[in-house]
Design a protein around this ligand. Structure first.
Ligand code: ADP
Ligand code: MG
Length: 560
């Protein structure tokens, strides 16, 4: 069915055309004709991103009589951000409806100003339940002319504790009106609201055909919990054009992750409940305009954020509530574009992936965390692509070209290219030089559970033991051992465990993930005139040292 076949007015159709909506989404196709031709209440169940706003918004705007100036359409929605978004959408639908007035009423902003606007006269009010209840209690809104009431994201409003406000508001609106309730899920609490306040509602579901989920691929990386952050960085670096939301479980986590990303030079910012409203608006504005490429958010803060063209959703931690996963991943893959939902999990969370797979009826794809060379390659390609596509302003550049060319005259083309590329990439190459493999795969799991020698540090890191061919005989101290270890790439931030100094050897525990780097580095070190030789060894213990005639494998010693 086409929009033009739904009986919508020319003004609304023009608005749709300006929005470049080609055809209705499944929920729109089902809801709009019912609203146009019948006068019944409606319950719409559909996932995020299925186009519910237009489903109720187009016919509701059309039903407004702009000849009289009082509230006729009241839309309740759980958050300030959603209210603003819905109002902005309605403005667009009603662009060619002359004189249409829409007001938003939500907490965290001046109630006096909102009341003032209401007093000037509006047709549509988009509100959060708490604040509008407040306005109603103060007697500052005339509800007698309400003909349509919409409860958007009803499940979320109830989860946020708006039950009492909803009861109060619903009982104060006129008996004779059309009520529409939209919700991603139908828990008993939502059914109860519908039961008390709706008359023979028609239930409309459009879950399965959700175009957005079809365009999302679900991917997971498996790493040790302590490598989550580094994995996130790898993902961000692997997709130079990334534009996405990083989901965390707690406010604190969003703050930490965002702070680290910013510190590491990414365009990232946190969105969470501790921010003031104006700070939140500011962050959202920057994200919408693309000045932030990674928005680090909690589920609640990100609720309803409608930003199209997100390339990725990253589950820094999986949500506790499986259903929340669908809300998260539904933020990408919209408007016909492909999206990727990446989950960073640890070994223990494989079961959760299986649960989510069952719930969303789609398989996850296991992918290895990109390694340093994968990332550098991607970055190279992306830069070359950008170079190819860059605009050259001949007028600006030409005056300098002679001079530039003469300065580079003696340099062959290949050399010039190499140097320009290096200029851009040296930091990258340096950072990813010998970057450790972050993957924690099943093989490693078997090893860590079957090998009784594998040690765990206090923080739960997998530890490995390194043996060195220098000991008390060379006056080696704990400090010396640490100095030797931290030269290795990645070792500076890694844990160092127990250190033991024997007569002719020492042993030190380091995090297993860096042990290869440590050994490689040690084996090319000369310390106090001695060529260091090192190897990984679990079995060896100081007690049996005296009985052994050979130190670490391959290092021949004289019997002492
Ligand atoms: P929901 O409320 O179901 O989460 P929205 O109403 O916010 O979804 O719509 C999600 C996105 O899809 C919005 O950016 C909206 O502009 C876009 N959209 C809605 N309907 C259509 C359509 N018929 N064609 C193309 N895009 C649409
Ligand atoms: Mg919505």
């Amino acid at each position: 069915m086409l929009f033009t076949e739904m009986g919508l007015s020319p003004a609304i159709l023009r608005g749709i055309e300006a929005l470049k909506f080609e055809e209705p989404t499944p929920i729109q196709e089902k809801v709009i004709p019912v609203l146009k031709h019948k006068s019944c209440d409606i319950i719409g169940v559909a996932q995020t991103g299925t186009g519910k706003t237009a489903a109720f918004g187009l016919p509701a705007i059309e039903a407004i009589n702009t000849g009289v100036l009082h509230p006729q359409l009241l839309i309740l929605s759980p958050t300030r951000e959603l209210c603003m978004q819905i109002a902005a959408d309605l403005e667009k639908y009603g662009r060619y409806v002359s004189g249409l007035k829409i007001a938003t009423v939500y907490g965290g902003a001046s109630i006096e100003n909102q009341i003032k606007l209401l007093k000037q006269g509006v047709h549509v009010v988009v509100a959060t339940p708490g604040r509008i209840h407040d306005v109603i209690r103060r007697g500052r809104i005339n509800l007698s002319g309400i003909t349509t009431l919409v409860l958007d994201e009803a499940d979320e409003m109830l989860k946020m504790g708006f039950r009492e406000d909803l009861d109060a508001i619903l009982s104060r609106t006129p008996e004779k009106k059309k009520t529409m309730l939209f919700s991603a899920t139908m828990p008993p609490s939502v059914a109860a609201i519908a039961g008390s306040y709706m008359r023979d509602p028609v239930e409309i579901t459009a879950g399965k055909k959700n175009e957005s989920t079809q365009n999302v691929s679900h991917v997971y990386h498996m790493v040790h919990a302590r490598d989550r952050y580094n994995t996130l960085k790898r993902v961000a670096d692997y997709y130079p054009e990334i534009y996405g939301i990083v989901f965390c479980r707690t406010r604190q986590e969003t703050k930490d992750v965002a702070a680290r990303l910013m510190h590491d030079g990414y365009n990232a910012e946190a969105l969470h409940g501790d921010l003031s409203q104006s700070q939140r608006d500011h962050v959202m504005e920057k994200f919408r305009s693309g000045n932030i490429s990674l928005l680090v958010a909690t589920d609640v803060a990100a609720r309803g954020i409608d930003v199209n063209s997100l390339t990725h959703v990253i589950n820094y931690n999986l949500p506790d509530d499986i259903e929340a996963y669908t809300h998260r991943s539904g933020r990408t893959g919209r408007a016909g574009k492909k999206g990727i939902s990446v989950s960073i999990i640890n070994l223990k969370e494989q079961g959760k992936i299986a649960q989510i797979e069952k719930f969303i009826r789609k398989k996850f794809e296991y992918r290895r965390v990109p390694g340093g060379s994968d990332i550098c390659e991607r970055q190279f390609f992306s830069m070359l692509e950008r170079m190819r596509n860059s605009d050259v302003d001949n007028k600006q550049i030409n005056p300098y070209m002679d001079k530039v060319c003469s300065m580079l005259e003696d340099m062959p083309k290949e050399e010039i290219v190499k140097r320009f590329v290096s200029l851009e990439f040296n930091r990258f190459l340096e950072y990813y030089k010998e970057a450790p493999d972050l993957n924690a795969d099943r093989k490693e799991r078997r090893k860590s559970t079957s090998s009784s020698q594998a040690q765990k540090s206090k923080n739960g890191s997998e530890m490995a033991r390194v043996l060195l061919n220098v000991g008390k005989g060379k006056k080696v101290t704990n400090r010396d051992v640490i100095d030797l270890i931290v030269r290795a790439p990645g070792a500076r931030n890694a844990e160092i465990g127990k250190i033991e100094i024997y007569r002719r050897a020492s042993s030190v525990e380091v995090e297993a993930r860096i042990v290869k780097n440590v050994i490689r580095e040690l084996n090319r070190t000369i310390y106090k005139g001695i060529r260091i030789e090192a190897e990984e060894n679990y079995e060896f213990s100081g007690n049996d040292y005296r009985d052994r005639h050979k130190g670490p494998r391959g290092i021949k010693r004289k019997v002492s």
